[in-house]
Design a protein around this ligand. Structure first.
Ligand code: 4AD
Ligand code: MG
Length: 507
């Protein structure tokens, strides 16, 4: 019989085919065994009927354990009630391997245990869905740039100089010389843009961030376009167009996956509205509750949110209690019991989330009220600012002290530089950082000294200002931050196949 993938079953209604895959779930009845089969392309229910396949094959089916690898042959039949709309009536079963007792089958595993078993966790339906969304995002990113005449170029990973400050460098021994794992391909991107005009890099970048937050990885993938003859205004236009295309396309092409993730995509569909552009000064005023956005201030909103949260927690607690009483009643069928148990678990998880917010909000309020003009926004500050918006926002014109050495000064105010950060809504914070690059040779040399960077390592970079220097700009998108936002993940560790974070190198 023809071997096909589950995603192709639509074209094989009422036909016989063979599928290779793994047992994702199994239920047994008296003379029937139901297996949910997964093959990486999708899921399908395979039905083993003793009357059809005979005693010996049926026993083989009964012996299947979770994650056993199999080949099943049979007829594809339409069944609207099943996942994917079809099921297979099996006539033949071949077993590759009967899996040992699967270690991560239980629902109640904590996330630390799951991440220790990341090599197996990747097989779960949620993780499968996230990885497919990630792939769709990557594909959309390449399409966007390729369709607009950008050339993809690769920056080196071993580098001799810092880009984004010296505090997050990973040092390695390069034949007796220190070399650093790249924090960003940007400086090389600038050199490449002076050759090809419009380029983008897409590669791994490294930051020795000793912080255990849900937004930080030590190894992450960055997409960095760089454009010659481009100022920060045009740069911001491109960022907006880019995010609109990538989010719209990836959401459109990931419908099934986002449903599995139970992602409400309403806010993602707002992406095609114009992104508000606010200066750093305005963002500080918004943060501190001194400036209204659509008739609201951050501080009022936070106080209101706190009340709503407390109310929601009370409501959920009541529902949990009611459900628990229903469970105690006699005569509740097994199926219904499971449903009730599931809703109890869901409500409990929801409340855990709400309790966390209840603790966080007063801290956010305090940190917002005490914010010092001129300092960088922390994760919670970004969350507070973006709470008033339902699209990403762009914050530009930053104090030069908190930005990198290469940023171009603002002509109107020498204390500011033409950097831009894009902050995503729903508490996801900065997803893009970029700006216009300084072109003045003497000023750059001064900045290199002020930032205590070794001049010698930057000579090649300074050459770009000696030979045909032009206004140029670019930005960097953190791939995992975007995956995290689109999928609404609680932590970036789920956004990449094998996350590298402070305190984690395995598996
Ligand atoms: O803002 P960053 O540091 O900017 C740069 O590296 C520039 N050289 C980019 C450029 O203009 N070409 O980093 C860019 C983005 C951030 O906005 C964030 O999305 C992501 O990279 N990022 C991280 N993602 C995960 N874990 C970390 N530790 C990250 N640090 C930055
Ligand atoms: Mg940044």
């Amino acid at each position: 019989m023809k071997v096909i993938q589950i995603k192709e079953i639509r074209g094989y209604d009422n036909k016989g085919v063979t599928l290779n895959g793994w047992v994702a779930n199994k239920r047994s009845g008296k003379s029937l065994v139901f297996v949910t089969l997964r093959d990486g392309s999708g899921y399908i229910q395979a039905v083993f009927d003793q009357g059809v396949i005979g005693e010996e094959e049926f026993q083989k089916a009964e012996s299947l354990t979770l994650e056993s690898s199999v080949s099943v042959s049979g007829k594809i039949v339409k069944d609207e009630r099943q996942i994917g709309g079809y099921e297979m009536q099996v006539i033949k079963l071949e077993i590759y391997q009967i899996a040992e007792e699967y270690p991560i089958a239980k629902k109640e595993h904590g996330v630390e245990f799951l991440i220790d078993n990341r090599h197996l966790w990747l097989r779960s339906k949620r993780q499968w869905a996230v990885m497919r969304v990630r792939n769709n995002i990557i594909y959309a990113i390449h399409r966007f740039f390729q369709d607009r005449g950008f050339t993809q170029m690769d920056a080196p990973i071993f580098t001799g100089n810092a880009v984004e400050g010296t505090s997050t460098l990973f040092e390695t021994d390069y034949f007796g010389e220190p070399a650093y794992l790249s924090q960003s391909g940007q400086l090389y991107g600038e050199a490449m843009a002076m050759s090809l005009g419009k380029i983008y890099t897409f590669g791994p970048t490294f930051r020795a961030e000793k912080s255990k937050t849900r937004r930080h990885l030590t190894e992450f993938w960055m997409i960095e376009p760089e454009m010659a003859f481009c100022d920060n205004e045009k740069n911001m236009d491109l960022i907006e167009e880019f995010l609109q295309f990538v989010v719209t396309t990836a959401v459109e092409e990931s419908k099934e996956e986002l449903e599995i993730l139970e992602r409400d995509t309403t806010i993602l569909k707002n992406i095609n509205k114009t992104f508000p552009r606010v200066t750093y000064d305005e963002a500080v005023e918004i943060l501190m509750g001194k400036k209204e956005v659509n008739g609201k201030t951050t501080l009022n909103t936070l106080h209101e949110d706190l009340e709503t949260i407390e109310e929601d927690i009370r409501k959920n607690e009541q529902s949990i209690q009611e459900n628990e009483e229903r469970l105690k009643k006699s005569g509740v069928k097994k199926r219904e019991q499971n449903q009730i148990q599931n809703s109890i678990e869901k409500l409990k998880a929801e409340n855990k989330d709400l309790e966390e917010q209840k603790i966080n909000i007063p801290q956010w309020i305090e940190s917002a009220e005490n914010f010092k003009y001129g300092s960088d926004f922390g994760g919670s500050d970004e969350t507070v600012i973006t709470r008033l918006f339902d699209t990403p926002i762009m914050v530009y014109n930053w104090p030069k002290e908190i930005k990198a050495f290469y940023m171009k000064r603002d002509e109107k105010n020498n204390g500011l530089v033409k950097g831009v950060d894009v902050l995503a809504p729903e508490g996801f914070g900065e997803i893009v950082g970029g700006g216009e690059r300084e072109t003045d040779l003497e000023f750059l040399k001064e900045q290199i000294n002020i930032h205590k960077l070794p001049m010698k390592a930057f000579e090649w970079y300074l050459d770009l200002r000696r030979y045909g220097s032009v206004p140029h700009s670019g930005f960097g998108l953190g791939l995992e931050r975007l995956v995290g936002w689109i999928c609404k993940l609680p932590h970036l560790r789920e956004s990449i196949p094998f996350p590298r974070m402070y305190g984690r190198l395995f598996p």
